[in-house]
Design a protein. Structure first.
Length: 237
């Protein structure tokens, strides 16, 4: 993100804190697609991702006054979204339930905030999503941000609050696991087999991403399901 964009983000966040009723919605609209993509790829379920994103937005909305400015606003927003996703995964693991279908529901967006779903090979995408879900949480978060979303390692380190070397290590271990889990796929599919990848720790290419949706008007932070969950991340770190 260039300096002007970062300055605009900070201006909007400060305006929100000062009482501007539209500033936070505009700030979120600027980063909607990428925040949604991170939530969706981390959780692997549209409804869960929508709820996690809703939790994160409510948290950011309430915690804006505590933003210290020691990172870019977009880094702060991504950190809150990732933490909301990881919290939801931990709760799901502690209290497992029967998973719902993949669910391309007509009303599974949150107040029109969800971008359009990608048009891709559904079977391959499902296999990749299940493989990502099988990774340890830390490896999954690092891989989603670095390999799926394409963030620089340095930025991911700031988002996750860890050293760059830790991000690289988590990605390398996650890629090695995925090479095994997805090794049965054709080389032309999502990930080549280990026999066709001399270096299994190299970045994975071809993982389905989220296609940007058509931006629509955003009026506040609403939930299409009408369910407001607890503030998933009261802290801004």
């Amino acid at each position: 993100m260039d300096g002007r964009a970062a300055a605009k983000d900070l201006e909007l966040l400060r305006a929100h804190v000062a009482g501007d009723r539209d500033a936070f919605a505009e700030l979120f609209h600027r980063h909607r697609d990428r925040l949604w993509a991170v939530a969706l790829r981390t959780l692997g379920d549209r409804e869960e991702a929508a709820d996690a994103l809703q939790d994160a937005l409510l948290s950011a909305h309430r915690a804006a006054a505590r933003f210290r400015g020691d990172s870019a606003v977009t880094t702060w927003l991504h950190r809150i979204v990732v933490n909301a996703c990881l919290d939801r995964i931990r709760r799901r693991q502690a209290h497992p339930t029967v998973p719902l279908p993949d669910g391309n529901r007509a009303d599974d967006g949150i107040g029109g905030l969800e971008p359009a779903a990608p048009v891709t090979d559904h079977d391959t995408a499902l296999v990749v999503r299940e493989a990502l879900a099988a990774l340890p949480l830390e490896q999954r978060a690092a891989l989603v941000l670095v390999d799926v979303q394409g963030y620089p390692v340095a930025e991911v380190a700031r988002i996750l609050g860890v050293a760059e070397g830790t991000v690289k290590s988590r990605c390398a271990r996650g890629r090695a696991r995925l090479a095994v889990l997805l090794g049965h796929l054709r080389p032309a599919a999502v990930v080549a087999t280990t026999s066709t990848r001399p270096d299994p720790t190299a970045p994975i290419t071809g993982v389905p991403g989220v296609t940007p949706g058509n931006p629509g008007p955003v009026e506040g932070v609403g939930s299409g399901s009408g369910r407001y969950r607890r503030d998933a991340n009261q802290e801004d770190t």
